[in-house]
Design a protein around this ligand. Structure first.
Ligand SMILES: Cc1cc2nc3c(=O)[nH]c(=O)nc-3n(C[C@H](O)[C@H](O)[C@H](O)COP(=O)(O)OP(=O)(O)OC[C@H]3O[C@@H](n4cnc5c(N)ncnc54)[C@H](O)[C@@H]3O)c2cc1C
Ligand code: SF4
Length: 570
């Protein structure tokens, strides 16, 4: 028998990077919020500089719901399934994946909000890739700027502004859209290697700058600055210098007395009142018991795959095809960031990148978005070039031999001994678009630990993304060779399997027939159901998604507080 609980104002499903942010404006507005979180609290004592545990064994195994529901993947509807990942890198914990992410905290650039209209204006309508379902966002960067600003200050971001109210500062990203003020903290320190790469970029006539990070470069909000020893890619920070929502916005929301965090609560569906089609409760499992949590408003913040799966699993008389899916748009316009087509370089000298962290790097945006003329090119969009300081023993020894040594035995060992600190891999994030035949649905046979179908991804990179990938590899090769590299190696495009940058599925837009969410992040079909996370984003830009998803989450939460009666009471 399910246990009926007392009604609350708002339930947030998932207290990760975005749910953990949305809780703060809601709680400050005096709403009673229950955060249902599948994971547990983790503390600095849980974090160890252990590459095997963090990067290969999917720590913390005890709490990893994500591993029991890894989406299946096939490149298209008639292709065989790809091998299933052994672990999924997303985290189940209070703070979600912001506990162990790299913490790069980028804003999108102005073009990313207007890909269709700006491409058409500059190059003609024929340049939108065939089959793409991309739309302009329902608003531009200027609408999101105040929310980026709030999140940067409440979470705590270090960085160097490049455009304050139109005043360009060459120390920062000269291509960024106008921002109201500086970052709350200066950027993280550079290293000898990132300085070398920055100097080289300037020689090439490019504009290098230190990237923004949700990591303290100095004391902030009573937590210390970063110590630069690394091992926090897929690991938490044991001195709390990394600003996960578990140490920033969630504790601030709890201080108001309005946020109640329920851990190890796995939400299985969202129920509606069949009479009016409004959401009225959330069903979750905790400690083997089933609970019904009634609420006036439900916000889904369980990451793209789970947001979509939750809707498709929540069938009712009012929504027989899944909640908010009468229009058949749930799962559509899905894409994952093209971060394949990597570029690896070998140098003839040590780089000393055995300390530091992936958010401590140097970026070049000259080839991002539409920052360069595409007239003579056969693709749209671009990539952010990013090199950083981070080296761990197993990863270092897994290096390529660049065709210069055997791949086993004593010849291999002596090559690795000499070169483990002489290679570097650039992280290249590229514009990725939605296409009509890339989508998410429920897998017909594979189930999770509770016996519910997992999400199925049907998606692959298209021509535009592949051509762009090759172009960005060329630019990165030029950068590395000019910096003294003696060899470079190009990685393959790969395919669109489960990703840590997964977008769409509940896309936001004014048109009801092509979008699940309206411009405020609430369902077009169910007025008291909202969506938080990159599942509402219709374009990726060339930068990591989290800060944008967090700014959108704050905006949706604020919209709710300002329109409470209309949304909660109908
Ligand atoms: C190793 C790594 C490095 C990354 N680096 C960066 C970076 O540098 N910059 C960047 O912008 N992004 C980065 N990302 C991506 C970033 O982590 C995500 O964009 C971000 O965490 C997404 O926020 P979210 O709140 O939607 O999901 P999450 O942060 O994963 O939070 C979702 C929460 O929902 C909970 N949940 C899920 N299902 C249920 C359920 N059924 N019931 C109850 N709770 C549930 C989960 O336990 C989790 O706490 C990285 C990701 C990884 C894995
Ligand atoms: S390098 Fe910085 S963010 Fe990473 S664990 Fe150390 S102090 Fe924390």
């Amino acid at each position: 028998m399910a246990i009926d609980l007392k009604k609350t104002d708002v339930v947030i499903v998932g207290l990760g990077a975005v749910g953990g942010v949305a809780a703060l404006p809601l709680a400050r507005a005096g709403l009673d919020v229950i955060g249902l979180e599948a994971g547990t609290w983790l503390t600095p004592r849980d974090f160890a500089p252990d590459e095997l545990r963090n990067n290969f064994r999917g720590w913390p195994q005890s709490a990893q719901k994500a591993n029991s529901e890894i989406p299946t993947h096939r490149p298209n509807s008639s292709a065989p399934y790809s091998p299933r990942l052994p672990i999924h890198p997303m985290m189940n914990a209070v703070g979600g994946t912001s506990v162990h992410y790299w913490a790069q905290s980028w804003r999108l650039n102005p073009w990313d909000f207007k890909v269709v209209s700006e491409t058409t204006r500059r190059y003609g309508a024929g340049r939108i890739p065939r089959g793409s379902t991309v739309e302009d966002w329902p608003f531009g960067l200027e609408e999101l700027e105040p929310y980026y600003d709030k999140v940067e200050y409440e979470v705590g971001i270090s960085g160097q502004a490049g455009n304050i109210n139109g005043m360009i500062d060459k120390r920062g990203n000269i291509f960024e859209g106008p921002r109201a003020r500086e970052y709350p903290m200066p950027p993280l320190n550079g290293t000898e290697f990132t300085e070398r790469m920055a100097t080289t970029a300037r020689k090439l006539g490019w504009h290098p700058f230190p990237g923004p990070a949700a990591i303290n470069s100095q004391s902030y909000d009573n937590r210390p600055g970063c110590l630069y020893h690394g091992f926090c890619s897929r690991g938490g920070c044991h001195v709390n210098a990394k600003n996960s929502t578990a140490v920033s916005t969630i504790p601030k929301a709890m201080e108001t007395g309005r946020l109640n965090v329920v851990t190890q609560a796995i939400v299985t569906s969202v129920a509606v009142d069949d009479k009016d089609g409004r959401v009225n409760r959330v069903v979750y499992v905790k400690g083997g018991e089933e609970y019904f949590q009634p609420a006036d408003v439900v916000l889904l913040a369980s990451y793209t795959y789970e947001n979509v799966r939750m809707l498709l699993l929540s069938k009712s008389k009012a929504f027989p095809n899944g909640l908010s899916n009468t229009g058949g748009q749930v799962g559509k316009h899905y894409f994952s960031h093209h971060t394949g087509a990597t570029l690896t370089a070998l140098f003839p000298f040590d780089l000393n990148t055995w300390y530091g962290l992936p958010a401590q790097g140097v970026a070049v945006d000259n080839w991002a978005d539409d920052n360069f003329d595409h007239s003579g090119l056969d693709f749209i969009g671009g990539g952010n070039l990013w090199v950083y300081s981070d080296r761990r023993p197993i990863g270092a020894a897994s290096m390529s031999t660049f065709g210069k040594a055997p791949t086993w035995g004593s010849g291999w060992k002596s090559f690795i001994k000499q070169n483990a600190d002489r290679w570097n891999i650039a992280y290249l994030q590229k514009t990725t678009l939605p296409y009509e035949d890339n989508y998410l649905d429920l897998d017909p046979t594979v189930k999770d630990g509770l016996g519910l179908p997992v999400c199925r991804i049907t998606a692959d990179h298209k021509d535009n993304e592949k051509k762009l990938g090759a172009f960005i590899q060329d630019k990165t090769a030029q950068w590395f060779m000019e910096a003294g590299a003696i060899a470079v190696e190009r990685g393959p495009n790969g395919t669109m399997g489960p990703s840590t940058h997964a977008y769409g599925g509940t896309r936001m837009g004014d048109k009801r027939d092509t979008n699940v969410a309206n411009r405020s992040g609430f369902s077009h079909e169910v007025p008291n159901l909202g969506f938080l996370g990159a599942s509402v984003m219709g374009t990726s830009g060339a930068h990591n998604p989290t800060l944008t998803a967090q700014a959108l989450a704050w905006r949706t939460a604020e919209h709710l507080t300002k329109n409470w009666n209309a949304i909660a009471r109908g």
